[in-house]
Design a protein around this ligand. Structure first.
Ligand code: HEM
Length: 268
């Protein structure tokens, strides 16, 4: 689930979002997956090789949009090309860098989250059945899964000015770790925090995408992508269950990087 479906699906989403040619999707899936895995084993040469491949895709994209721009509302690369800062266009390396980053930014969290969701639904077959037969519940379910299985444990900040929080003073320039996964299980905010509860009044107020100025820029797309991936998985199967050892994600992520599943064909 996490390594095949979960890792490939976001490459198709990225290809669609950036209006890349369809044949790029499998290439991007392989490159980005190899890049993420190499990062996990701290394999510098492979990280660099895969990164260079993604730079290649980004450079080709900039070149092709310079030759034939698309409407800026529909196309991130054309929009970046049309951008002006103090009357001047962005330089080539910024354009290529932003697009290269866009190729991978949505590839890490969705596979881990989909893995965690499938572990949960394999263990709670009643919920799996309920979501399969009542797909209108899926948007709320995705929010509750994001809260329970926050794929990015947390992020860091540096305090800009002094602030008093829960009787502690954070001083300017002090580094702060924001542990989103822990906040998402704060019983003061989410009663019965370890349980999956579909009718929480504040179900979408979790911090899985962060909060404030640096909140996930891809949040609407990420929500939609996970929803569609889950919808299709449930609609395309009659059931699924765990079928082998799980492999957990490591810092800074939480979830699973390998989730072997046995799929049962649907009734249709
Ligand atoms: C389930 C999927 C995803 C999750 C859980 C997630 C979560 C996050 C989190 C927690 C942050 C950091 C927020 C902070 O610093 O406080 C972040 C940043 C970011 N995410 Fe996502 N993300 C997901 C998918 C995506 C996708 C699909 C895209 C792009 C299409 C994307 C683009 C970004 C960008 C550009 C930033 C940096 C924002 C900034 O620093 O201003 N993310 N994401």
């Amino acid at each position: 689930m996490a390594q095949e479906y979960g890792a490939r699906f976001p490459a198709w989403v990225t290809t669609e979002w950036l209006n890349l040619p369809e044949e790029i999707a499998p290439q991007l899936a392989d490159t980005a997956t190899a890049w993420v895995r190499a990062w996990r084993r701290m394999d510098g040469p492979v990280v660099n090789e895969m990164s260079e491949r993604m730079y290649g895709i980004a450079r080709d994209l900039v070149r092709s949009r310079r030759e034939a721009p698309l409407p800026v509302e529909d196309d991130p690369a054309s929009s970046l090309l049309a951008e002006r800062v103090d009357g001047r266009p962005l330089d080539e390396e910024h354009l290529v860098g932003a697009l290269r980053q866009s190729l991978v930014v949505g590839m890490v969290a969705p596979p881990i989250l989909l893995g965690s969701i499938c572990v949960h639904l394999s263990r709670d077959r009643e919920l799996q059945h309920r979501l399969r037969t009542q797909p209108h519940l899926l948007p709320a379910a995705v929010e509750e899964f994001l809260r329970l299985y926050t794929p990015y444990r947390g992020f860091a900040r540096t305090a800009a000015h002094e602030v008093e929080l829960h009787g502690r003073t954070v001083r300017p320039a002090e580094p702060v770790t924001l542990v989103y996964a822990s906040a998402n299980r704060d019983a003061d905010q989410f009663p019965d925090p370890d349980d999956f509860v579909l009718d929480r009044p504040n179900i979408a107020s979790h911090l899985a995408f962060g909060r404030g100025r640096h909140r996930c820029a891809g949040m609407p797309l990420a929500r939609l992508a996970v929803l569609v991936a889950l919808e299709e998985l449930l609609a395309g199967t009659g059931g699924f269950e765990l079928d082998g050892p799980l492999e957990g994600a490591r810092m800074p992520e939480i979830g699973y990087v390998s989730v072997p599943l046995r799929l049962t064909a649907g009734a249709a």
